[in-house]
Design a protein around this ligand. Structure first.
Ligand code: ZN
Length: 172
């Protein structure tokens, strides 16, 4: 298995405490960061755990209760101040774009990077994201509002072709 590390930035519930931040985890897979939920204070935890903002291009939100997404506006604004380029994808149910697109339009006009929402219905198990590194599936969960968990499936590393004198060698 390649580098696969889960950082728990927050695991508290809706009420803030001095011991726990609200929910947020960051999966580090081959030095790409995938955030799952973004509760308040997430960007501070990001810094205190020495995670690299430049490596974050995907955020997965489980549901639209505040303790799972109130950290988004601050984090998105900070990424803009840091001059992030390229695209950040926020994966979640349609409410997430309804809530956060107006905030982005108001606070983050002329962004250095683009934000794309990948929206889906959280009530079924489906593949919502795939790249060379992993596939991500939704897992419907029981909660007061529509909610899903995420299954991250690591994909085998692509073999490399190594040029030798007169032939190629395939290395897994
Ligand atoms: Zn909730």
């Amino acid at each position: 298995m390649e580098h696969f590390e889960l950082n728990i930035l927050g695991c508290g519930s809706a009420l803030p405490t001095t011991r726990h931040f609200p929910s947020s985890q960051v999966l580090n897979l081959r030095n790409k960061l995938y955030m799952i939920d973004c509760g308040e204070g997430t960007q501070m935890q990001f810094r205190s755990m020495n995670l690299n903002f430049n490596r974050l291009n995907h955020i997965f939100i489980s549901h639209s209760h505040g303790d799972h997404c109130f950290g988004l506006p601050g984090l998105l604004s900070t990424l803009n101040l840091l001059g992030k380029t390229g695209e950040l994808v926020i994966h979640g149910q349609p409410d997430i774009e309804k809530i956060f697109r107006p905030l982005l339009d108001y606070f983050c006009s002329n962004m250095t990077y683009s934000v794309r929402f990948n929206l889906f219905k959280p009530n079924k198990n489906e593949l919502i994201f795939e790249d060379k590194t992993l596939r991500v599936y939704t897992i419907p969960l029981k909660h007061k509002i529509p909610t899903c968990g995420y299954l991250f499936e690591e994909l085998p590393k692509q073999p490399h072709l190594i040029r030798e004198e007169k032939s190629f060698r395939i290395v897994a």
